[in-house]
Design a protein around this ligand. Structure first.
Ligand SMILES: C[S@@+](CC[C@H](N)C(=O)[O-])C[C@H]1O[C@@H](n2cnc3c(N)ncnc32)[C@H](O)[C@@H]1O
Ligand SMILES: [Zn+2]
Length: 371
């Protein structure tokens, strides 16, 4: 059957839901990833404005080639690579009207052989088996999807430790934990090749984390990116969390806020900004109405751009449950924090997520009169 995304029409072999991911009996096309692809196209547009030399685009795991076809339609010199012969044949047919080529290659081999300006790594599950090659073969912008949210956020602890070479912790801000674990791991992989990787846009949507990393081959800058890594200490009882930059954590024995001994330390994870606000605003402006997920993409990107970009977000419902108070509207809650003199913003991770520089105790007091 044919599907049209953002003005690009491709042939796909039956749309399947994310639950059947990984069964390789037919070429994979996931309609739930349309938001991911719409945002990708908007990023490619904004990035072309920022870096006019970025011309070549590789979807290193292309499946039907829909993403590469959309990049080709934007004027990028696009390549769709996949190990699967059916995928390559289909991607070849799908790319033909827009230009670009399909290659039957292993992503790791291809990316170790030469450079592409923009590289997309969009595998089943974790991108880490491809991270080293992706860093080696990307000149400017590395776009990465991770769908293994349980290892990333610490819910599957051992696989998270193995894949991401860190200690992930299962907290109520799990989407952000996952994103910061992912970025931290990629930044360290880039630094091992003397490359600085800086996230210029990121988001977490239902089943995946997505980040866009600008790469710079510069050892000094690479060292500087490592300064943005560190640890989060999270109290499971009072929900306060503190973060500290650095290579070795100074793990508190008890929570400095409530004295509980149920303190979890996560890290090293990325503690720096997950997005460049100005760039992300431009990405939001590049979302066009011909995109199937235009409304969601625009609103999510605007939230990311306006988000207080510090670790880590809170969930109003979780806090209100803790305080045995009814939850109120998010606008009202955020406004009350601001009126009390704190920095506060919505956070894109969920409808009840927000960021603030207030402590949990300060938030409780600042919002006591609501509801
Ligand atoms: C999630 S799908 C890609 C979806 C596609 N990027 C899109 O936007 O629709 C993952 C693809 O990776 C391919 N793949 C798995 N291992 C690979 C490898 N080592 N090199 C290249 N492709 C690989 C699979 O055949 C599958 O088609
Ligand atoms: Zn505590």
């Amino acid at each position: 059957m044919e599907v049209t995304e953002g003005g690009v029409t491709v042939e796909v072999e039956g749309a399947r839901d994310g639950a059947s991911e990984g069964r390789a009996d037919e070429v994979f096309y996931n309609p739930e990833m349309e938001l991911n692809r719409d945002v990708t196209v908007a990023v490619l547009r904004a990035y072309a404005e920022r870096e006019s030399r970025a011309e070549t685009y590789l979807d290193a795991m292309a499946a039907s080639g829909v993403r590469a076809a959309r990049a080709a339609a934007e004027g990028y010199d696009a390549t769709a690579a996949d190990v699967d012969d059916d995928a390559v044949a289909l991607a070849g047919r799908n790319l033909a009207p827009y230009g670009g080529e399909a290659l039957q290659r292993d992503a790791n081999a291809l990316l170790h052989e030469g450079f592409f300006d923009v590289v997309d790594v969009d595998p089943y599950g974790s991108p880490m088996p491809f991270a080293d090659a992706a860093v080696a073969g990307t000149r400017n912008l590395l776009c990465v999807t991770a769908t293994d949210t349980a290892p990333l956020c610490g819910a599957h602890f051992d696989s998270g430790v193995r894949r991401y070479d860190t200690v992930p912790r299962n907290t109520e801000y799990h989407p952000e934990m996952g994103l910061r674990v992912l970025i931290g791991a990629l930044v360290r992989r880039a630094a091992s090749r003397d490359k600085a990787a800086v996230p210029i846009c990121s988001h977490v949507s239902r089943h995946y984390a997505r980040t866009y990393l600008e790469l710079e081959a510069n050892a000094t800058d690479a060292t500087a990116t490592l300064e943005e890594l560190g640890f989060v200490h999270h109290c499971e009882d009072c929900l306060e969390r503190d973060h500290e930059f650095g290579r070795l954590p100074d793990v508190p024995e008890d929570c400095p806020h409530c004295g509980s001994n149920r303190v979890l330390t996560a890290g090293p994870i990325w503690l720096g900004p997950v997005a460049d606000a100005g760039f992300t605003e431009r990405v939001a402006d590049e979302v066009t109405d011909d995109m199937g997920e235009a409304a969601r993409a625009r609103s999510m990107l605007q939230t990311v751009a306006a988000e207080l970009d510090t670790p880590t977000h809170y969930d109003q419902h979780r806090l209100c449950k803790q305080w045995t108070r009814p939850a109120v509207g998010m606008d009202e809650f955020v406004a009350a924090l601001r009126e009390a003199g704190f920095a506060a913003s919505h956070a894109h991770y969920s409808g009840t997520a927000f960021k603030s520089d207030a402590t949990v105790a300060e938030m409780r007091e600042a919002t006591a009169e609501l509801g």
